[in-house]
Structures are given as structure tokens and as C-alpha cells.
Design a binder for this molecule. Structure first.
Ligand code: ATP
Length: 305
């Protein structure tokens, strides 16, 4: 009986660990009910990620043959740099992130990391090196510590402390009577949208990923929360190759490059200053958001064109 119990228990543990590691990515991309779309190549290798150079080369993609989503999209994110993508709802921003995580393969072109086509590496090794901060972080009914550590249960107390500091959660934790042992989630303390996103940043950092995908929440946040997230993201992104899917332009003024995606094509690209000088769709959107910021209580979500 005991002999039978141990392996089953162990398998249960392994299953739970794998499931946990995937939960955030699945939530981010609504993939829970989906069948896996890709399989590892028979000779797939572990990803040997050294510099963290991401490249999309002429990538074309459609979920369904009759509706192209991306049309020959090319860009580079140099090691340690930050690329931001903006565009109307449905323009294909999250699709870029799904392709980088290889939830789908492009029908044309390729995605490489440090020169290796990601179709040639195992999905597990690819995803283990990418930290994902989803738009909407769902918390488990458990302690804050559990919620922070579930993606990296082997992390030390020092690593947890460092991640909490970088995510600018330390002051928040200090206000909780039971600190990290506070129960959160539906049946415990309810965290604000901004606090939840910072939990997600700390969670992603505990994996110490070389690449970071940050999917900004679309819901409006008060300016203090937005600033806290902004600072946390800047620190988290330091020395990491980062892809930001942005809904508020104020978050990405420091990006090394900004792409404006319009119907699956890059319509404008450049730094914040370059795009303002160009006086096109990005500049129009920036001015709109400035006006809304001055007049309305609600931050504008980015929906150009
Ligand atoms: P948002 O700002 O609203 O998050 P987005 O620019 O991130 O939008 P994507 O999520 O990349 O847009 O989706 C691009 C298009 O692909 C949308 O029209 C969407 O409806 C469609 N799409 C997304 N996922 C699927 C899917 N699994 N099957 C079919 N179509 C999909």
C-alpha cells in the first residue's frame, strides 16, 4: 500500500508543479481550454539562452486561414533592451507574445532567440526562461508567500525578499499584520489591481528569467498604483530582454523601441521622441491620452487608429 502511495503522491506533486508553472501563461493567453497547438521536434534541444537576443523575421500568422493576424512582421529586441507594442484592440499584440512563448508556430517567417529558431528547442526549456506578467493575475486562496512562490517553490528567503523589493511590494507587505503569511484571494485579503500586478512581477522575477513579457492591465489604475508598477517594471526589466504590451503610453516612454501595430502590420516604429516628432498615429494617441489625463478621472486605454 505504502509502495503504491508514494509514487502516486510523487506523480501528483510533479503534476501540480508543472501545472503551476503554466497557470500564469495560460491565464494570460486564455489557453486553459485549448488543445496544445505545437509539439516538440523529435530532436528538440534545451534552449541555450545566453545573451537574450529576440528576433522576429518576416513573421506571418493566422489562427484561421481566412483571417490573417500578422503580416511579415520583423523586429529585434537586442539583449537587455525593452521593446513596446501598442495598437488597437485585436491588432495582434498578444499574438506576438504567444508566438514568442511558442503556443503557436507562424505560417511564415521565424522567431529566433540568440539565433536559434524556437521550433528547434523544447517548449519547457523555452518557457522556463521567460517570465510572464499577465494582465490579470488571479490569486490562489492561500498566503501571500504561497502566491509569490508557487512558480519557483525552491527560491530562498533572500531571493523572495529581493523580488518583493524590486516589485515595490515591501511597503505593502509591511502594512499587513501577518505579513507574507496573510491569506489572500477570494476568501482572504483582496488586493487591488496594482498590487496584484506587482505580485505578478515579483512572481516572474523569482524565476530569474532572461526574457520578460509584461502585459499591461487594461483596467484603469489610480496614478499612485500606475507609478508603482512603472518603477517596479523598470527595475525588473533592467538587464532583461523585455517585451511590453502597452495600453497606456506613459508606461513606455523609456522603451528602446516602440512598434505601432495596425491590422497585423507595423505602421510606425521608433523611440517615444522619434514617434512624437513624426506626428503620426502614435503622436495623436499621446496627445489624446494627455488630454484625457488632464480632464477625465479615467486613464485612457491605448486604442489608436
Ligand atoms: P487587445 O489589446 O484587445 O488585448 P491584441 O492586439 O492583443 O488585443 P490579439 O489578442 O493578439 O490582439 O488578437 C488578434 C486577433 O486574433 C483578434 O481579432 C482576436 O480576436 C484573434 N484571436 C486571438 N486569439 C484567437 C484564437 N485562439 N483563435 C482565433 N482568433 C483569435
Amino acid at each position: 500500500m505504502i509502495q503504491l502511495f508514494i509514487p502516486l503522491n510523487f506523480l501528483g506533486f510533479v503534476y501540480r508543479e508543472i501545472r503551476r508553472a503554466l497557470v500564469d501563461m495560460q491565464r494570460m493567453f486564455d489557453l486553459v481550454a485549448d488543445e496544445p497547438k505545437v509539439a516538440d521536434a523529435p530532436d528538440a534541444q534545451r534552449l541555450a539562452l545566453e545573451r537574450g537576443h529576440v528576433r522576429f523575421e518576416d513573421v506571418s500568422f493566422a489562427y484561421r486561414a481566412d483571417r490573417p493576424i500578422l503580416d511579415r512582421v520583423s523586429f529585434d529586441i537586442a539583449p537587455g533592451r525593452k521593446l513596446a507594442v501598442v495598437g488597437a484592440s485585436g491588432a495582434g499584440k498578444s499574438t506576438l507574445a504567444r508566438l514568442l512563448l511558442r503556443f503557436y508556430d507562424p505560417q511564415g517567417g521565424r522567431v529566433t532567440i540568440d539565433g536559434t529558431d524556437i521550433r528547434r528547442v523544447t517548449q519547457a526549456s523555452l518557457r522556463s526562461r521567460i517570465g510572464v506578467v499577465p494582465q490579470d493575475t488571479v490569486l490562489f486562496n492561500d498566503t501571500l508567500a504561497y502566491n509569490l512562490q508557487y512558480g519557483a517553490p525552491q527560491a530562498s528567503a533572500e531571493e523572495l525578499d529581493a523580488a518583493i523589493r524590486t516589485a515595490h511590494l515591501d511597503r505593502f507587505v509591511a502594512t499587513l499584520p501577518e505579513g507574507l503569511q496573510t491569506q489572500v484571494g477570494e476568501r482572504g485579503l483582496k488586493l487591488s489591481g496594482g498590487e496584484k500586478q506587482r505580485v505578478a512581477i515579483a512572481r516572474a522575477l523569482l524565476k530569474n528569467p532572461k526574457l520578460l513579457i509584461f502585459d499591461e492591465a487594461t483596467s484603469s489604475l489610480d496614478s499612485a498604483s500606475e507609478r508603482a508598477i512603472l518603477v517596479a517594471l523598470r527595475e525588473a526589466a533592467e538587464h532583461r530582454t523585455t517585451l511590453v504590451i502597452a495600453h497606456r503610453l506613459s508606461t513606455i516612454t523609456d522603451a528602446d523601441e516602440i512598434l505601432v501595430l495596425d491590422h497585423g502590420r507595423i505602421s510606425e516604429r521608433g523611440s517615444h521622441d522619434e514617434l512624437l516628432q513624426r506626428n503620426g498615429a502614435y503622436a495623436a494617441l499621446w496627445n489624446l491620452q494627455l488630454r484625457e489625463r488632464a480632464t477625465g478621472p479615467r486613464e485612457a486605454a491605448v486604442h489608436p487608429v
